[in-house]
Design a protein around this ligand. Structure first.
Ligand code: 26Q
Length: 809
């Protein structure tokens, strides 16, 4: 870990791995050498951790997730190893530009948004809290698409993150499991004389493990992220080859490999996508087989499986694990139903991430039967036993039984994955206090009434290593100096030590310098990306998240249009200069979300070029919002837009990242906003809008946006301006699908919250005018965000859900 050793190792890696001398190395060579130098330093810790976990027999957390949105590894690993400074100095000695080397890394975008990023923060915290854990997922060859903006529209480019190799993963060709699909089931007589059923599948592919070490901060513990890649199964290849069908054999190979080829870019289920179901079963089956293998050779008999593993289902995407574990225990390991079902139910827990009923996953029984006939039998058997239990509790309540069934009856029968997950789990949790309440009282009400003790809340959190130390080093340094140590990085509640400085003018000045520097950095980057120039003195008003109607980016746009019209009507009016910054990807098939991106860019185009505006307001859409670009953005924000319709955003985690970096929040009482406001104090949070209760009542009474539109002249003028074509070169039809929707039948009630939002934005502007008071509020926000560390969240899971204890290596 000395500087001399680091430099020597770097030069060696450059030569022996990249085959280059310093003089001819490309930026990519320089990055690879750095990555290998850091990786080498992880490996010793990794081996030691594996040994410690093996001898210790500790209960291990298996985090099953179809997505892990890790972000760049290099800077994060340097921080967790505690060698950022030495690495910087080494680079300087070698006359290398440290920042350029970090820039070179392409992030693994193996997730869509919040859910995938949460899994990554949780992996960081599990290691930091010394909890033995394996993350199981899919090694997508193509992650979430790269977003370009062309003529104001989103254009998707495929993400080729593996193009130049991935120095952080270690392939494990020997850790490889067969995964089957299709075929049929049959009855047979087992050697012990009993009649049993078995699965005769039609297809077999292989899952090969690729391991990435996940180092904790300031500890020796390294956990494992094990992602599965699909490959053709040799035995099937040869079979085809032997009968002379060489082409067919190659074709089968290609088809097998498509299973882990690409991440589905939607954050809501699409109907009937067969490949998606195949992906889910693929990674679940490999993971469960791997857990069984590990158990058999560390502990032995499978009876104690549930004592050895706590498996977390990250939403319903891995819910098939319930049926797969049951099947393997019964069909392959000869266990009886009772014993196998007990183990299964004691192994799993399920986290729900949505309240939108349309976002609950279901699969057509027909498709299920064709792909996974034996699992469907298992699900039927689980269902029968389960519904018997419901019947004894709720005699004759057939409606309830129909709602709770794992199978939705109807024209097309469907398997309900959430019901399977709840029935197969020992604990169920939501991701913020409000969300967990709504899960109990609405989404999974029937299940709560049956098993109230199963239901928990674990409010989400984010990693302060990635989202403060790595992304905002200036702020981290200031905090460390004032707190007198960097202990806060492991115990975020220590940020409270900042509170006494909130009104200290000297500290406020330093605080402002940090913020301004981040805004300048961001403005410089944005200018390069978009050609749009932002004034670092302006209020940076930011909304960055997936594009979705419920998140209401269009509400934000209506506010911008209002300001625009105000300035146009009264050119000398004093307004607080604002830079509106948007970022986020739209699902490629989500037409309205893409139209909202076009609208943002269209409004930006007009406002940014209107000489009468004189730059007082600026609008920018930053392309390709991902972890790497998010890290540039969070430190630069003054105001964080968290304006979803109350009751729709399960938690949100961007809200936490912004606030931790000293942005104030304008938000509704939705998801974790509620708890953020409680923590930072109502007086330091810009609240507006209906509550979830009010939303429910208004919807029940009948929501008539047309009347709102007719009765609010400013609102009417804003919508009419969009429809006039001024933002679309005279094309008055372009945004009609959007405006018609808002005015006629918008389930997310944008117009209902419009007036409250505008009034609240005026309070924001007034507050920004008083710089010292703004800084005070921002400092208090950071000081009081301790709760939202993912370390706290993981500590709660460990205690409430998993019953696991740390094993310090
Ligand atoms: C399901 C089936 C088929 C295809 C895609 C999907 C799919 C993929 C991703 C469904 C949902 C997702 C992602 C959901 C998600 O990111 N939810 C967010 O989770 C965060 C972490 O808990 C919360 O903070 C957010 O509020 C929630 O929206």
């Amino acid at each position: 870990m000395s500087k001399a050793a680091l430099k020597q190792a770097y030069i060696d890696n450059l030569f022996y791995i990249q085959g280059r001398f310093r003089e001819v190395a490309t930026p990519h060579d320089l990055y690879m050498a750095a990555a290998y130098t850091v990786r080498d330093r992880l490996l010793a810790r990794w081996v030691k951790s594996a040994q410690a976990f093996k001898t210790n027999h500790a209960r291990t957390v298996c985090y099953l997730s179809a997505e892990f949105l890790l972000g760049p590894h290099l800077a994060n690993n340097l921080v967790n190893l505690g060698i950022t400074k030495i690495a910087q100095e080494s680079a300087a000695d070698l006359e290398l530009d440290f920042a350029t080397i970090l820039e070179e890394e392409e992030e693994p975008g193996l997730g869509n948004g919040g859910l995938g990023r949460l899994a990554a923060c949780f992996m960081d915290s599990l290691a930091t809290l010394c909890i033995p854990a394996i993350g199981y997922g899919i090694r997508y060859e193509f992650g979430i698409f790269d977003q370009r903006i062309e003529n104001g529209w989103q254009v998707e480019k495929s993400d080729t993150w593996l193009r130049n190799g991935n120095p952080w993963e270690i392939p494990r060709p020997k850790i490889c499991f067969p995964v089957n699909y299709g075929g049929y089931t049959e009855q047979y007589r087992h050697a012990n004389g009993t009649l049993r059923r078995r699965w005769i599948p039609a297809q077999e592919i292989n899952g090969v493990a690729y391991d990435t070490p996940i180092l904790g901060y300031g500890v020796g513990n390294v956990n494992l992220l094990r992602l599965w890649k699909a490959e053709a199964s040799q035995s099937f290849d040869f079979q085809a080859f032997n009968v002379g069908d060489y082409y067919g054999a190659v074709h089968a190979k290609i088809e097998a490999e498509t299973i882990s080829k690409v991440l589905y870019p939607n954050d809501e289920p699409e109907i009937g996508k067969e490949l998606r179901l195949k992906q889910q079963f693929f990674f679940v089956s490999c993971s469960i087989q791997d857990m069984i293998r590990l158990h058999l050779h560390t502990v032995g008999a499978l009876d104690s499986f549930a004592q050895k593993f706590a498996a977390q289902l990250n939403d319903t995407h891995p819910a098939l694990a319930v049926a797969e574990l049951l099947r393997l225990l019964i069909d392959v390991h000869d266990m009886n139903w009772e014993a196998a079902w007990n183990i299964t139910r004691n192994t799993f827990s399920y986290t729900n991430h949505t309240l939108l009923p349309e976002a609950l996953e279901t699969w057509p029984v027909q498709l299920f039967e064709r792909l996974l006939p034996r699992h469907l039998e298992m699900i039927y058997a689980i269902n029968q036993q389960f519904l018997d239990e419901v019947r004894t509790r709720f005699l004759h309540d057939e409606e309830r039984i129909a709602r709770m069934s794992l199978i939705a009856e109807g024209e097309q029968r469907r398997v309900r994955m959430a019901n399977l997950a709840v029935v197969g789990s020992q604990a169920v949790n939501g991701v913020a206090a409000l969300h967990s309440e709504l899960v109990k009282t609405t989404l999974l009400k029937d299940f709560y009434e049956l098993w109230p003790e199963k239901f928990h809340n674990v409010t989400n959190g984010v990693s302060p290593r990635r989202f403060i130390v790595v992304s905002n080093p200036r702020l981290a340094e200031l905090i460390t100096e004032v707190c007198g140590s960097d202990d806060w990085i492991q115990d975020l509640t220590l940020l409270r030590q900042l509170e006494p400085y909130a009104t200290d003018p000297a500290f406020q000045q330093r605080w402002r310098n940090v913020k301004t520097a981040a805004k300048c950095d961001f403005a410089q980057w944005l200018l390069l990306q978009t050609g749009i120039q932002l004034d670092p003195q302006a209020l940076f008003d930011v909304q960055a998240k997936r594009l979705h109607e419920y998140k209401r980016q269009h509400l934000n746009v209506l506010h911008i249009i209002r300001l625009y019209q105000r300035i146009k009507q009264e050119p000398n009016i004093e307004v607080v200069p604002r830079a509106f910054i948007f970022g986020g990807k739209a699902a490629p098939g989500y037409y309205l979300a893409k139209l909202i991106i076009k609208l943002i860019n269209a409004v930006a185009e007009v406002i940014n070029h209107d000489p009468q505006i004189e730059g007082r307001i600026r609008v920018a859409f930053m392309p390709d919002f991902n972890v790497k670009n998010g890290q540039r953005l969070y430190p630069a924000a003054d105001l964080s837009e968290q304006i979803s319709l109350a009751g729709k955003e399960a938690s949100g985690t961007g809200n936490m990242k912004f606030s931790m970096n000293g942005a104030l929040t304008i938000g509704t009482l939705d998801g974790a906003n509620v708890e953020i406001r409680e923590e930072v104090g109502a007086e330091n949070f810009f609240l507006f809008g209906m509550t979830a209760d009010e939303v429910q009542r208004k919807q029940a009474a009948g929501y008539h946006p047309w009347e709102v539109y007719q009765n609010d002249p400013e609102l009417k003028a804003d919508i009419d301006l969009i429809n006039s074509g001024v933002f679309s070169h005279g094309d008055s039809a372009l945004f009609r699908p959007l405006t018609d929707h808002l005015v006629n039948h918008d389930p997310f009630m944008v117009l209902a919250d419009y007036r409250a939002y505008l009034t609240c934005q005026e309070r924001v502007s007034a507050a920004y005018r008083d710089a010292s008071n703004w800084d005070r509020m921002a400092i208090l926000n950071v000081a009081r965000m301790g709760k939202f560390s993912s370390d706290r969240a993981i500590a709660e899971y460990a205690q409430q859900i998993w019953q696991v204890a740390p094993v310090a290596v």
